[in-house]
Design a protein around this ligand. Sequence first.
Ligand SMILES: Cc1cc2nc3c(=O)[nH]c(=O)nc-3n(C[C@H](O)[C@H](O)[C@H](O)COP(=O)(O)OP(=O)(O)OC[C@H]3O[C@@H](n4cnc5c(N)ncnc54)[C@H](O)[C@@H]3O)c2cc1C
Length: 445
Amino acid sequence: MSSFCRILFVFDRNLRLDNNSLLKACLDRCKDRCCEVMFLYVWDEEYLWPHGYNAFQANFLQDALARLRNQLQWFDANLLVTKGDRLEIIRKLIDDGDYRKVFMESSLSPHEEGDYRKIEVRLQELNGTLVSDLGNWLYPKGVVKSKQGGVFKKYSPFMKACEKLFEEDLQQFKDHFFAAEHLPWSAIRAVHEIGFGYLPMEIDSLGLDDFYVWNDEMLESYKEFRDFPWREKGTSMMGAYLRFGVVSIKRLAVEAWGKSRTMWNELVWREFFAHWYAAFPETAIENFDHRFDMMKWENDVHLWEKWIEGKTGYLMIDAGITSLVKSGYIHNRVRMVVASFLCKDLHMDWRKGEAFFARYLIDYDPASNVGNWQWVAGCGVDAAPYFRIFNPELQQDKFDANKIYAYRWLPVDYQVNKMLDHGVEKVVAMKLYDDLKREWEYNKG
Ligand SMILES: Cc1cc2nc3c(=O)[nH]c(=O)nc-3n(C[C@H](O)[C@H](O)[C@H](O)COP(=O)(O)OP(=O)(O)OC[C@H]3O[C@@H](n4cnc5c(N)ncnc54)[C@H](O)[C@@H]3O)c2cc1C
């Protein structure tokens, strides 16, 4: 055995032991020396939820952390969880706790990457070492690039470029999947207290059942069933598991590649928005298409309340919002319809809807949420044109004809009392858009 070594291992978006290559790198490094490792997760609500506390996601995260801790304890290790300012706590441990070797994920999410860079700089100043691996995405920033070396602004060429890379990497991905029990756990001694006055956060398992549907049957029927919200197992429900890396995106992408290319394409949409958001972090609050800066959004509290209370009188909208606030989940098709209704029938700013979703979605992720909201509103990357307006009644007839989804969520005494006429609002939306284009052309001239 050679020198003694103290390691700080920070969990973030890969809350699992299997197929966690950063963890593998850490334990491999410990093989021939005596290592003391602190496995840490910092529960930082500002870091997690920029739009305010999200109870559904908090419960999911708590359960995921409890499971992770149990798995670590199985290997005589431990997970220390504390609450507070993540960056400050990690810095304090480096400065005062004398941790000079840190294993930490890099991120495609801009504010997370910002923290990562600060830690990197601090460790450089102290002659320490930062070992990193990307959070739960397929490719780091800059790897999927256009022929000119830039960021893709269209999904199709991005997907084609991913396809090429993925084909090349497929075998390598497969070769690197591993189970946690094959790691050299005996090489480490786990730390059981953070110290420095940091109190452990109570993390109790909530005993939540896994709700994802990832099996051959789902993958085989995904292409056919994915658009019908009334089908209970039509989609994978994997969003939250991917957000927190309870499952590896690489493992799912490899399975999807062989079994459902439609599913693989959806996983690549996630990747597309993440790379776009990493390149244009200002789109968290700014329109990607700046013509929309001149849009005259409606700001009527009464209209807004009807939407968030699920009282618009349109079945699919009201059922979707009810499912979101009651369960933290809303089907993708219904997300598109409710978002379109907010922006194009109520003429409200996508940012209001984005913030609302952020407080309820169990799979909330800034890149996917901002990307999709801007996509629906028409101002985002590779966005649906503003004049593509979902008709909530046609969507209802086409995707939930027997109203199974609608009445799964709506109260029994639900009244169909439409708050407005979709046909009329569609004309208003088109006019708003035409005005916008004219104003833009005029200002350019
Ligand atoms: C307005 C709006 C807001 C959204 N906000 C989020 C969000 O905050 N977080 C989030 O993960 N997804 C978001 N989505 C995308 C999509 O609706 C969800 O990923 C999907 O419904 C999750 O359910 P699932 O896991 O059963 O999906 P599946 O259909 O089983 O898809 C599997 C996985 O592919 C990815 N995926 C599928 N569609 C998309 C998409 N359009 N964009 C990005 N990734 C996708 C997700 O990781 C998903 O879990 C949003 C969509 C809209 C229209």
